[in-house]
Design a protein around this ligand. Structure first.
Ligand code: HEC
Ligand code: HEC
Length: 398
């Protein structure tokens, strides 16, 4: 009898504990409130590789694992927390003289400032008087879709000589590419250059290029692809395996696209129309379509990133004096706006927008648009207050 009572009491306490937990634990956020997680419909092998990549993305590098000697951070996730945008507190700096002779500051540790070092080594310091650019991390969700857009679609969106006379003349970033990347199906080249599309100035050809560069420049981790140690300038053995790099690339490719919210709200619907009317959609292209991808769920899919992945001259206010590849100092690749409304979750509760995080609200980001976006910005300032609110509500729903 006593025994039975004890068991009963035990069960009761478990039940009570479970009820209490349900009350005190915060409710699980809806899928649409989170940026991380895989695209639906991956097969079992793909899910397994996604998980391996996810783990590697969060892996903390130590001296034993090859960190440094100089570095910026010790894991991908420290700048891309929750796969979302980074904040100015974890930004990094690139520096050097972007003249026709190339970067004159490579011997001072350029192009990227590794401001931390393991014990016994000196971190880098910004040489005085040098041109430099501060960059915050973009969100990494939905990148597989952007990666699978055929070059021809980007060429079709571009208008390098502004033939249609609307003042907007986006161009693909025709860039030299590293020998280890695999060309996209039906890739287009111009004078030996290819369209590169990742990074704020579109300096990286694909996610392998971006990832190997990040291991090397952000963490001081060498790979078969980028074997030069940023401290010694010498080729060293890979500190991260080729398989791990591929797993991380696969993870980035199969992170789900941000899920829009409140799409039936009348203000959001009105805001979406205004977005097109005042020319925002001329650069922040609402819909793109992927071509063939060996990852089945990415093949021939329509999606809504709100970017054309082209370079635009954004005027002197956003000119950072620093360039990458063949982009001008005033040129930036249109950032995707999907996930915009969720970005402050990863940024500590407030917005930090534009390449260096200088804009603390969506409106401020719009008002800092210049150059090719000057007219569009002026159109925004001429909206009524209600229309402005509707536009912002729409942007926050993405
Ligand atoms: C110190 C902070 C930091 C770390 C660590 C870091 N990143 Fe980034 N990441 C950035 C910044 C800043 C950018 C924008 C750089 C640019 O425009 O070239 C960026 C850009 C990217 C992009 C391009 C996204 C796009 O939309 O074009 C990808 C992909 C990416 N990082 C993946 C990674 C991976 C994978 C790792 C780890 C191997 C990593 N990052 C480590 C800060 C970081
Ligand atoms: C000429 C092309 C162009 C037009 C037109 C344009 N944008 Fe942009 N937009 C950009 C580029 C390029 C950036 C990135 C600039 C930077 O980082 O310095 C940007 C950045 C932004 C950002 C910040 C995104 C982030 O992740 O930091 C928002 C928000 C935005 N645009 C909204 C709008 C809205 C709303 C309109 C219409 C009023 C508009 N844009 C018109 C090209 C354009």
């Amino acid at each position: 009898m006593k025994m039975q009572l004890k068991v009963l009491a035990g069960i009761l306490s478990i039940v009570l504990f479970a009820i209490a937990c349900e009350k005190t634990m915060p409710p699980t956020p809806d899928e649409s409130e989170l940026l991380d997680g895989p695209i639906e419909g991956l097969n079992t092998a793909e899910q397994a590789q996604f998980l391996k990549g996810d783990e590697a993305f969060g892996d903390v590098f130590t001296i034993e694992k090859g960190l440094g000697p100089i570095f910026v951070a010790n894991q991908c996730a420290s700048c891309h927390a929750g796969d979302g945008k980074g904040s100015p507190f974890v930004r990094f700096t690139r520096f050097g003289q972007p003249d026709t002779l190339g970067n004159q500051f490579l011997s001072f540790g350029g192009p990227q400032l590794q401001h931390k070092a393991i014990p016994g080594y000196q971190p880098e310091q910004l040489p005085s008087g040098v041109t430099f650019s501060d960059l915050i991390a973009p969100a990494v969700s939905g990148l597989g879709f952007l990666d699978a857009v055929p070059d021809a679609e980007l060429v079709a969106l571009s208008d390098p000589n502004d033939a249609d006379g609307d003042g907007i003349s986006g161009r693909p970033h025709w860039n030299t590419i590293p020998n280890y990347v695999t060309l996209r199906p039906n890739s287009i080249s111009q004078n030996g250059k290819y369209i590169s599309r990742f990074g704020k100035k579109g300096g990286a050809y694909d996610l392998l290029h971006q990832t190997s560069g990040a291991y090397n420049q952000d963490m001081g981790i060498t790979s078969l692809f980028e074997p030069i140690d940023p401290y010694s300038g010498l080729e060293v053995d890979p500190e991260v395996s080729t398989q791990t790099v591929h797993d991380v690339v696969f993870y980035l490719k199969t992170l789900k696209a941000p899920i829009p919210r409140n799409q039936d709200d009348p203000d959001v619907i009105a805001g979406k129309q205004i977005f097109s009317q005042i020319q925002c959609a001329s650069c922040h292209t609402p819909t793109l379509t992927t071509g063939f991808s060996p990852i089945n769920v990415l093949s021939n899919k329509e999606f809504h990133p709100y970017t054309d992945m082209l370079l635009h001259d954004m005027g002197s206010g956003l000119d950072d004096g620093y360039t990458e590849g063949f982009a001008l100092t005033s040129e930036w690749k249109t950032p995707a706006l999907w996930g915009l409304g969720l970005s402050k979750d990863a940024q500590g509760g407030s917005y930090f927008l534009l390449h260096d995080g200088r804009a603390m609200s969506i409106e401020e980001a719009i008002l800092l648009h210049g150059g090719e976006a000057e007219q569009s910005k002026t159109n925004y300032t001429q909206l009524s207050n209600t229309e402005k609110e509707q536009l912002i509500k729409f942007l926050e729903s993405l």
